[in-house]
Design a protein around this ligand. Structure first.
Ligand code: PLP
Length: 362
């Protein structure tokens, strides 16, 4: 096998090597059945067990605060949730209110607006999305169905540290890029969704955690495929789920648990991020694009003194085995995405490369 590069891709992103190796074995003969999970019926007891295990492992990771939430694995990634949330939770005259802290929040709001059910509550675009509002600033308007925020802004490199509490409306969060990267108190949220391909597993899947009381109040007049109630009622088997993706995500959940769970994930993510921010903070050569108090532990965004140097950085780092460091085109510069599966050694290697690059070109 070729040497694995240091994979800093923003998503789809790095997965634990142990998980990939286990899946490699399973792809021809899963659990000694003589068949691949790719060939199993989704109605078979074998798949039922795989699905159930993914759900219970996720519950174990989340702990008791998730007891009141239904867990759904849905297709369509996070972008389908941009539409599914307002369809299920909002109504004409009762819109969702959106805290717009980056591109993904803008897209979520745009979908709600397309349905006539979205309103902006806060917008950080004037400041280049480098900051977040203080939690006390977030107040729901009386007629709103929910407040929606994005816990980690994958493109702009900002991340909420704590969340609004005691809102008069349900809090909904897109956690696509930091789900399960730290302990999570579900009691603050009525609904959480996350596309899997950043921190949880393969692309095409979204994890949805929806409080059972909210589920009972969801719209009843939707096509089944868009209805949380239909999916929950069929225990995740309303239609054929992406069986292999669920299997792989279940392995990732198991891996996280074996590594020490969310407390350990949080500790590692803090260590990884500080290794890079230390280099950025100690230097006049690198500059972080996010306000320090809200900068992300998942996506470290930074710039160099010129675009010429940024191109050179990408070129030289690629030659040393680093991939995925190009910033999103809207922000420019560089971005190191350091999700759960990222080994500390790769981050140390990047920090060393950054110091050496500065010494050569600074
Ligand atoms: C990547 C991302 C999305 C989009 O996910 P898809 O699965 O491609 O729809 C949405 N929100 C956030 C915060 C993301 O990082």
């Amino acid at each position: 096998m070729a040497q694995r590069p240091h994979n800093f891709n923003a998503g789809p992103a790095i997965l634990p090597l142990e998980v990939l190796e286990e899946a490699r074995e399973a792809i021809v003969d899963t659990h000694g059945t003589g068949l691949s999970i790719l060939e199993w019926s989704h109605r078979s007891p074998e798949y039922g067990q795989v699905h159930e295990e993914a759900v219970t492992t996720l519950r174990e990771l989340l702990g008791p605060s998730a007891e009141g939430h239904e867990i759904l694995f849905l297709q369509g990634g996070a972008s389908l949730q941009f539409a599914q949330v307002p369809l299920n939770l909002a109504a004409a005259g009762r819109p969702g209110e959106y805290v717009v802290t980056g591109v993904w929040a803008e897209k979520a709001l745009a979908e709600a607006r397309r349905l006539g059910r979205g309103r902006e509550l806060w917008n950080g675009g004037g400041g280049g999305f480098s900051t977040l509002p203080a939690v006390e600033e977030i107040r729901a308007t009386e007629d709103c169905a929910y407040v929606h925020l994005t816990s980690n802004n994958t493109i702009f490199g900002t991340q909420w540290r704590d969340f609004p509490r005691n809102l008069s409306a349900p809090l909904v969060a897109d956690m696509s890029s930091d789900m399960l990267s730290r302990p999570l108190d579900l009691s603050a949220f009525r609904l959480i969704y996350a596309g899997a391909q950043k921190n949880l597993g393969p692309a095409g899947l979204a994890v949805v955690l929806i409080e059972k009381e909210v589920l009972d109040r969801c719209a009843t007049d939707l096509p089944n495929i868009l209805s949380y109630r239909a999916h929950a009622g069929a225990r995740g088997l309303y239609h054929t789920p992406p069986t292999f993706a669920v299997y792989l995500m279940g392995l990732v959940f198991r891996w996280m648990l074996d590594q020490g769970g969310l407390v350990e994930m949080g500790r590692r993510s803090e260590t990884r991020a500080s290794l890079l921010y230390e280099v950025i903070d100690a230097s006049d050569f690198y500059s972080g694009t996010a306000a320090p108090s809200v900068r992300s532990r998942m996506n470290v965004t930074f710039r160099l003194p010129s675009e010429e140097l940024e191109r050179l950085f990408l070129e030289e780092s690629a030659a040393e085995g680093f991939v995925g460091l190009k910033g999103h085109r809207l922000v420019g510069g560089l971005r190191a995405s350091i999700y759960n599966a990222m080994p500390e050694a790769s981050v140390r290697a990047l920090a060393d490369f950054m110091r050496a690059f500065e010494a050569r070109h600074g």
